[in-house]
Ligand binder design. Structure first.
Ligand code: SF4
Length: 970
């Protein structure tokens, strides 16, 4: 739909003076403007696409949009060249050569869909779990997960397992929310912002806008920004204080801060008593099946000891004065201690004293003490008051919101370690002790969060042939009973998610699917169905090995060990070459998409929001939107929920129809805005005009939270009622933040030998006992412990602001910013190794080696080297010429990262992942450097046979828009 240009955007020029030449600065460069949502990274900014004669002229940020408020980054504006990419796939492909060779014939859609339908129908009729359906960075998991559930396979997940599930799981189980999509700093009011290890493209524009706000504060209202990161680039480069921490030790740093706060009695006791499980009683009965569990009444409600009455009462009862410190004797005679008592005694231990911790983390003890003092000073001496009356969950009226203006944010830097889950939990405990959760100036939830911590449906196992799952494949285990393991304790999922190896694998372990399917551990599969995940290159550990597994055949049968691979992508990525059937997707500017509150929405702290993408231009190729194809396949397979009783399609118009008509629960659909007659939000009947209303509104909708409902939402009755009315939560019950995680303790109890579901072997049991601690712990990352001998340096990757994974390096504008990636080494480390700028080195790990050019810098922890991720390319992939710099001097650190840990005594190898969530431990890597001889300079290794180029030969000089300019002159 064409949207008229707003006259208000024009700026009146002053009248010309006599004899002055008049220059019109506002010659329209377009004849049409359409709004949609950017997809050059995962931030979901609102954009306006300007078109002339139906072609994209330029892209600008949408000033009305809640995510970016008009800000557009380099990637976003370069979307025009991703649309023009010569790597776009043009037609369905069927493999004719050997896997990996990239030899295909083009086929018609009907044939492609018939091949897929035939294969999938046989799997569903026999053993649905033999379909492994995994998607990458797509933003339609509410659809894809639902599709997998209707198909009946539990083997579904998206990319979170190799991205940041540690952060998500820790947040959801502790706070009922998490960083990034589920929460944000109160940028406007915060006075102290502590950031841990954030990739520069995560939450990109919102963080840049927020940091801009902090850095431009007036001198009478300053804010301090402290960045904890081994590397000082991007956000860290503008921090007021950079703490170049040793990788993998953030958790120890945080627990030392907690030690200092406790030692100086600087915690928000009132907040802890009102809103957390601090006063709950933990049963202290060693060698019994309830040791470490919460003391509860018959109804299962947690109890505490009321100091007013000396009785054990419902901990949720208002008006009580709970006992907090010191041993308690329960009515049945068993001893107990409060959560707070356990927490204090643990973290006051000398093991967390700054002087003990400092040498391990590379930050001086006096700095740890000073940061703790600064946090306490801002939280408790610089409080904020917003004089808005509100009502708490017990019906008590409060005259204002009190803010403790310390905010925090963390992402992959802490998440991508094998101790990442517990580190993220430690950060949340720090936030809770400071009382800076969802308060003015603190970290605040984004709706639909908060939710009851750790709550939600449990993961669903397979039912049987031709049967859907009873729920969704992914969910929230509460203990051993919810694991997806068989009677012998063996995993039921191909990636071993929700097994004893990764009990809280909320996002699956996509990085293990190819290895496990190849090995037949725990079983073989028939078809690997991937969408938008470059698993044959930068999204896999052990890239060369992964390519071999995809190509490997059973010598007895001559068949591929992974029998069939279906892949959908818009571009000719490295993974395309390994597919048997390629379903070409559209670009983000050619299709409908739904950024739903059921998924990862565009909310901000003051409003719940969702958005759409609309087709801006028609594809000029024979491609189809993957979501449409998925629904088409569902219809052909006659999956429940996708066909009516007579077998006809329920959503013949594909995703557009699904967005409009599908209801997840009565009244709750994919989009929350303009429901029913167009005036209802959150809940309401499907509205056939809903998408038109979204388009007229800039392709987004937001439900603004009333002012009395904007803070303390876990216990704010005004919010709880508002959110319930809109279907964001099921009921207005208060939520209790979890310092102590009882689900974790249930796993530990099983590992100690209690209950009817126990780990299959002592190795698994020992891991659970050690790492599933209900209070945060720190332990050295596995990689460090395993390879300490001879590999002295840590090696990390970062993603630059101007690229998003492998998508950026097909974009001719972005390639001009970066087409190769050196290895960055600290000057002093380089001097010790006789390295200088331009030298080449072998980067060697226990797993393998890769060759790269060296670049020296100061802004990095001396014991750490790093590079940009996903710049290096396989020759010929993405339709780049084989001699492209990305293939010659760009390299992947993935080559030296193993997907497996070294073997245990019986030969079994655990995944290189967090032992609780299964998050890929990319950043545990330890390496050594060896200088190359001069003859070895100039070309990265390992190098692989070129993928045949596919598509138009890339132009050496791109002059996009020249004809448009010419047309304007005519
Ligand atoms: S931050 Fe991401 S979503 Fe936003 S404009 Fe940039 S690329 Fe697009």
């Amino acid at each position: 739909m064409t949207k008229p240009r707003f006259l208000a955007e024009k700026i009146d020029a002053p009248a010309p003076r006599a004899g002055e030449q008049v220059i019109d600065y506002s010659i329209p460069a377009d004849d049409e403007v359409k709004t949609t949502t950017c997809y050059m990274c995962a931030c979901r900014c609102g954009i306006k696409v300007h078109l002339k004669d139906g072609q994209i002229r330029y892209i600008e940020g949408n000033r009305d949009h809640p995510v970016n408020k008009g800000v557009l980054c380099a990637k976003g504006s370069a979307g025009i060249m991703t649309q023009q990419s010569p790597a776009k796939l043009t037609k369905p492909l069927k493999r004719v050569g050997e896997r990996g060779a990239g030899e295909f014939v083009e086929i018609e859609w009907e044939e492609a869909l018939a091949i897929a339908t035939d294969r999938l129908a046989k799997i569903r009729a026999t053993d649905p779990k033999r379909l492994a359906f995994f998607t990458g960075r797509d933003q339609s998991q509410a659809l894809t997960g639902w599709w997998a559930s209707k198909f009946g396979t539990p083997n579904f997940a998206a990319h979170g397992g190799f991205c940041s599930v540690n952060m998500a799981a820790a947040g959801l189980y502790s706070l009922g929310g998490a960083f990034w999509e589920f929460g944000e700093p109160d940028w406007e009011r915060t006075k102290y912002f502590l950031m841990f290890g954030v990739a520069e493209d995560h939450d990109s524009n919102p963080i840049k806008i927020g940091l801009g706000q902090l850095k431009s504060r007036p001198s009478d209202n300053p804010a301090k920004f402290v960045s904890v990161n081994p590397i000082r680039t991007g956000y860290s480069a503008i921090a007021d204080e950079w703490l170049g921490i040793k990788p993998g030790t953030d958790g120890l740093f945080v627990l030392s801060l907690i030690h200092e706060l406790l030692r100086n009695d600087k915690i928000d006791l009132d907040f802890l008593v009102r809103y957390t499980n601090a006063p709950w009683l933990v049963i202290n009965a060693p060698d019994t099946e309830e040791h470490g569990l919460i003391y509860r009444n018959q109804e299962g409600d947690p109890l505490c000891l009321d100091r007013n009455t000396g009785t054990f009462v419902d901990a949720m009862q208002p008006g009580i004065r709970p006992h907090l410190v010191g041993p308690v004797s329960l009515p049945d005679g068993r001893p107990a201690r409060t959560v707070l008592d356990l927490l204090v005694s643990r973290y006051l231990d000398d093991a967390y004293a700054p002087d003990r911790v400092a040498p391990q983390i590379g930050i001086p003890a006096e700095t740890i003490r000073r940061i703790a003092a600064e946090l306490a000073d801002v939280a408790f001496e610089q409080t904020i008051e917003i004089k808005t009356p509100w009502t708490d969950w017990a019906g008590r009226r409060h005259e204002s919101f009190i803010g403790r203006p310390v905010s925090m944010h963390a992402m992959r830097g802490v998440s991508a370690h094998s101790n990442g889950f517990q580190t993220c939990r430690a950060i949340h405990v720090l936030q809770m002790l400071l009382g800076s959760i969802d308060c003015p100036g603190g970290w605040r939830y984004k709706p639909p969060f908060p939710k009851v911590p750790g709550s939600g449906p449990t993961p669903s196992p397979m039912v049987g042939p031709n049967q859907p799952l009873t729920g969704m494949p992914l969910g929230f285990p509460q203990g051993p009973k919810d694991l997806l393991v068989d009677t012998l304790g063996q995993p039921l999922r191909i990636d071993k998610a929700y097994s004893w190896e990764a009990p809280l694998a909320l996002h699956g372990l996509m990085h293990m699917v190819i290895h496990n399917a190849w090995k037949g551990d725990p079983y073989t599969i028939d078809t690997l169905f991937l969408y938008m995940a470059n698993m044959a290159w930068n999204s896999s550990m052990n890239t060369a090995g992964t390519m071999d597994m995809l190509k490997d055949k059973n010598p007895a049968t001559g068949e591929y060990r992974i029998p069939f691979i279906i892949y959908s992508d818009a571009y000719y990525s490295e993974t395309v070459a390994f597919a048997d059937l390629v379903l070409p997707d559209t670009t983000y500017l050619e299709r409908w998409d739904c950024i739903s509150l059921l998924d990862r929405p565009i909310s901000h702290a003051d409003a719940a929001g969702d958005a759409i993408r609309q087709p801006i231009i028609k594809p000029d190729r024979d491609v189809r939107a993957f979501q449409d194809v998925l629904l088409d396949l569902g219809t052909r397979l006659k999956l429940p929920g996708m066909v009516s009783e007579d077998g006809s399609a329920l959503y013949p118009g594909g995703l557009r129809d699904y967005i409009l008509k599908h209801e997840r629960k009565p009244g709750i659909g994919m989009l929350s805005g303009f429901r029913g007659d167009g005036t209802e939000e959150g809940r309401g009947k499907p509205n056939p005009d809903q998408l038109d209303r979204y388009i007229a509104n800039g392709c987004f909708h937001k439900m603004v939270i009333p002012e009395n409902a904007r803070f303390n939402r876990f216990g704010n009755l005004d919010y709880l009622k508002w959110a319930t009315a809109r279907g964001l939560i099921d009921n207005p019950d208060p939520m209790v933040l979890q310092l102590y995680s009882e689900p974790m303790r249930r796993f530990q109890l099983a590992a100690e030998g209690f209950g009817d579901r126990q780990p299959a072997n002592e190795h698994d049991a020992a891991r659970i006992r050690a790492f599933a601690d209900p209070l945060p712990i720190w332990y050295p990352p596995f990689g460090e412990a395993e390879t300490d001998d001879g590999f002295p340096l840590h090696a990390l990757t970062q993603r630059p602001m101007h690229m998003y994974h492998s998508w950026g390096t097909q974009n001719v504008w972005l390639r001009q910013l970066q087409a190769r990636n050196p290895l960055f080494v600290h000057h002093t480390t380089a001097a010790e190794l006789d390295l200088t700028d331009g030298d080449w080195v072998w980067i060697e790990s226990a797993h393998g080696k890769v060759k790269a050019e060296v670049k020296l810098m100061d802004g990095v922890h001396p014991g750490t080297v790093w590079t940009w991720n996903a710049i290096g390319k396989r020759k010929g992939a993405w339709n780049l010429v084989p001699q492209a710099p990305e293939a010659k001097s760009g390299f992947l650190l993935n080559h030296v990262i193993s997907e497996l840990l070294p073997p245990r005594e019986d030969g079994y190898r655990y995944t290189n992942s967090d032992p609780i969530t299964g998050q890929a431990a990319w950043f545990d890597l330890k390496i050594k450097l060896r200088k190359c001889s001069v003859e070895e300079f100039g070309m990265t290794e390992p190098s692989f046979a070129a993928q045949p180029q596919r598509g138009p030969t890339p132009e050496r000089t791109v002059r996009y828009g020249a004809p448009l300019k010419k047309g304007a002159a005519e």
